[in-house]
Design a protein around this ligand. Structure first.
Ligand code: GLC
Ligand code: CA
Length: 555
C-alpha cells in the first residue's frame, strides 16, 4: 500500500469550459458559469477539478493555443473572476488544477511574433526554425498530428517553423535554456496564486529527435506519421527533471502529465511516488484500442493493458484513471450501447474503471451518459482536427459519407457538445445560441431529469463516489484481475488485510456468468446497476451490462 494522499482519495472532474455553462448568454461557457455549477459538483462528491485552458487565446484549438499565459481569455471572464472561482472552489473543500500547455504557444503569442519578425530576433531561437533541404523542399518529412506537414513556411524570413499540432501552435524550442526559464517563471507565478496544481498538456512531445531526420517512408507519402520524431524521445528526462525540480516540486502541487507514448517500462520515471516527474499520468494505451465502432471493443486487450498499468505502479506510483476526455468520443457510444442499454452500459463501463488503483477522472457529462452526435454537415463542426481531416480526405477524393461516418465515431466534437443541464432550449447551457450545437437528445438526457431520478446514471456515479470515500480498500487495496480469459466480463478483486471486494462488469449485451475463484466466498452485494440482484453462491449470473461490487471473504 502506497502512502495516503488527499489526491489519491479524491475523485476528479474535468471541465471543458467552453461547453460547461454559459452565464452571460453569448453562447460560450465561462468562469461565472463554472462558479454557478460548483454546488452541482460538490453534491456529486467531486474533490478535484481540472479545468481545460482558460488563458488568452485566439482559439484555433479551443485554448490549447495560448497567446498570453498570464491573462484570462476575455470570453471566459477576468482574472478577478478566476480568483473568485478559486476561492469558491476552496471554500467547498475542493481543489483546482489548471491545464498547462508548454509544448507550444499560439502563433499570436508575443514570443512568436518577435521570433517570426527576423532571423536576428533574440526570440528567434524560442521556436524551431529551419531552412528547407533545398528550395521549396521542407526540412523533413514529418506530418503534423492535425494533418499536413509539421512545417509551415514563412515568406518573410524564408524559413519553416515546426508545429506538431495546428500551424497556429508553433512548438517551443525546449533546447533553449531561456525558453525553459521563462516557462518556469510563469508556472511558479500561477502556483503562487494558490492553485493546487496542473494537468500538463502534451508533455511527452517536448523533446525532438536529435537532428530532426527524415523518418522511414516506404509508401512514399508526402508526409509520414511523426511520433518517432517527437514522442517520449531520449533526453526528455533531463528536461522533465529540471522542469519539475524548479517548479511543481517546490510547491505541494498535484500534477498529472498527459503522457501519450509513455509505456509501463517508463512508468516509474514518470509517476514514481518518490522520484517520478509527476504524481500521476494519463497514459493512452487503453484508448488506443478505441478503433471505430464497427470493430467493437477488444475486451481481452483492454484487460491486459489496464492490468499491466495497475501492476507497474503498484506500491510505486499512482494511476490517473479515465475512459473519457475532451479529445475522445463518448464512451457509451463507443464501447457501450447508447441505444438499447444506455443506462446499463454507461454504468458498467463506469464500474469497470472507477475501482482500480488510481484517481478516477470523470469528464463533464460522462456522469449523465452523454452520447456522440451526428451532424450532417461539416459546417456544424468546430474542431480544427476535424476540419483539417475533412478537408484533406475530401481532397484525396474520399466520399463525403465515408468521411462524415469517421467523424461521427471518432471526432473530438462528440465530447465537446454543450453540457446538458435541463430539457429547456439549448439544454439550459446558454440563454443565447451555443457555439457548437447542442446534442438533440438533451430533451430526455439531462442533469435535471437525472437528479430527480434515483435510478439514473447520475445517481449511480454519486453512489460510486460515496462508496469509494468510505471503503479505503477500494482506493489503496491490491488489484488482482480474475476471469482473465472471459470474453465478456471484466472482473477484479481489491484487497487489504481485513477487507476484500469483487468488482465485476459484463461489458456485453448478452447474459453470461462468471465463476468466482474457489478461494473466495461472496458475502454481500454493495453496489449494483440492476435493481433485482440476487446472490447465487459461487457463480455470478450477469444480465446485459450488469455490473457491481460485492464483499467477499477468503474460504
Ligand atoms: C492535448 C490536448 C488536445 C490539444 C493538444 C494540443 O492532446 O488534450 O486537446 O489539441 O494537446 O495542445
Ligand atoms: Ca459566456
Amino acid at each position: 500500500m502506497g502512502k495516503a494522499k488527499w489526491w489519491k482519495e479524491a475523485v476528479a472532474y474535468e471541465i471543458y469550459p467552453k461547453s460547461f455553462k454559459d452565464a452571460n448568454g453569448d453562447g460560450i461557457g465561462d468562469i461565472q458559469g463554472i462558479i454557478e455549477k460548483l454546488d452541482y459538483l460538490e453534491d456529486l462528491g467531486i474533490e478535484l477539478i481540472w479545468i481545460c485552458p482558460i488563458y488568452q487565446s485566439p482559439n484555433d484549438d479551443n485554448g490549447y493555443d495560448i497567446s498570453d499565459y498570464k491573462e484570462i481569455a476575455a470570453e471566459y471572464g477576468t482574472m478577478a473572476d478566476f480568483e473568485a472561482l478559486l476561492e469558491e472552489v476552496h471554500k467547498r473543500g475542493m481543489r483546482l488544477i489548471m491545464d498547462l500547455v508548454i509544448n507550444h504557444t499560439s502563433d499570436e503569442h508575443e514570443w512568436f511574433i518577435e521570433s517570426k519578425s527576423s532571423k536576428d530576433s533574440e526570440y528567434r531561437d524560442f521556436y524551431i526554425w529551419r531552412s528547407g533541404q533545398e528550395k521549396g523542399k521542407r526540412p523533413n518529412n514529418w506530418a503534423s498530428i492535425f494533418g499536413g506537414s509539421i512545417w509551415e513556411y514563412d515568406d518573410e524570413t524564408e524559413e519553416y517553423y515546426m508545429h506538431i499540432f495546428s500551424k497556429k501552435q508553433p512548438d517551443l524550442n525546449w533546447e533553449n535554456q531561456e525558453v525553459r526559464n521563462r516557462l518556469y517563471e510563469m508556472v511558479n507565478w500561477w502556483l503562487d496564486k494558490g492553485i493546487d496544481g496542473f494537468r500538463i498538456d502534451a508533455i511527452s512531445h517536448i523533446k525532438k529527435k536529435e537532428g530532426l531526420p527524415d523518418l522511414p517512408n516506404p509508401q512514399k507519402e508526402p508526409f509520414v506519421e511523426s511520433y518517432d520524431g517527437h514522442l517520449n524521445q531520449p533526453g526528455i528526462d533531463v528536461f522533465l527533471t529540471e522542469f519539475t525540480e524548479k517548479t511543481t516540486k517546490q510547491y505541494d502541487a498535484v500534477t498529472v502529465g498527459e503522457a501519450n507514448g509513455v509505456t509501463v517500462h517508463d512508468a516509474e520515471h514518470w509517476a514514481d511516488e518518490e522520484s517520478g516527474y509527476f504524481n500521476m499520468i494519463f497514459q493512452f494505451e487503453h484508448v488506443e484500442l478505441w478503433g471505430t465502432k464497427s470493430s467493437g471493443l477488444d475486451l481481452n486487450q483492454l484487460k491486459t493493458s489496464l492490468s499491466r498499468w495497475q501492476a507497474a505502479l503498484d506500491k510505486k506510483g499512482w494511476n490517473a484513471l479515465f475512459i473519457e476526455n475532451h479529445d475522445l468520443p463518448r464512451v457509451v457510444s463507443t464501447w457501450g450501447n447508447d441505444q438499447t442499454y444506455h443506462k446499463e452500459s454507461a454504468t458498467a463501463l463506469a464500474v469497470m474503471y472507477f475501482f482500480m488503483q488510481g484517481t478516477p477522472f470523470i469528464y463533464q457529462g460522462q456522469e449523465l451518459g452523454m452520447t456522440n452526435v451526428k451532424y450532417h454537415t461539416i459546417d456544424d463542426y468546430r474542431d480544427v482536427a476535424i476540419k483539417n481531416y475533412y478537408q484533406s480526405e475530401i481532397e484525396k477524393g474520399k466520399a463525403q459519407e465515408e468521411v462524415m461516418t469517421y467523424i461521427w465515431s471518432n471526432g473530438r466534437d462528440n465530447s465537446r457538445t454543450p453540457m446538458q443541464w435541463k430539457n429547456t432550449k439549448q439544454a439550459g447551457f446558454t440563454e443565447g445560441t451555443a457555439w457548437l450545437k447542442v446534442n438533440p437528445n438533451y430533451t430526455t438526457l439531462n442533469a435535471e431529469t437525472q437528479q430527480s431520478d434515483p435510478d439514473s446514471i447520475y445517481h449511480f456515479y454519486k453512489r460510486m463516489i460515496q462508496l469509494r470515500k468510505t471503503e479505503k480498500t477500494l482506493i489503496y487495496g491490491t488489484y488482482t484481475l480474475i476471469a482473465e480469459q472471459h470474453p465478456q466480463v471484466f472482473a477484479y478483486i481489491r484487497s487489504s488485510e481485513e477487507r476484500h471486494f469483487l468488482v465485476y462488469a459484463n461489458l456485453s449485451s448478452k447474459n453470461t456468468s462468471v465463476d468466482v475463484p474457489e478461494e473466495w466466498r461472496i458475502k454481500k452485494t454493495i453496489l449494483t446497476n440492476y435493481t433485482d440482484r440476487t446472490e447465487s453462491g459461487q457463480i455470478l449470473n450477469l444480465k446485459p451490462y450488469e455490473a457491481g461490487i460485492c464483499k467477499i471473504t477468503p474460504v
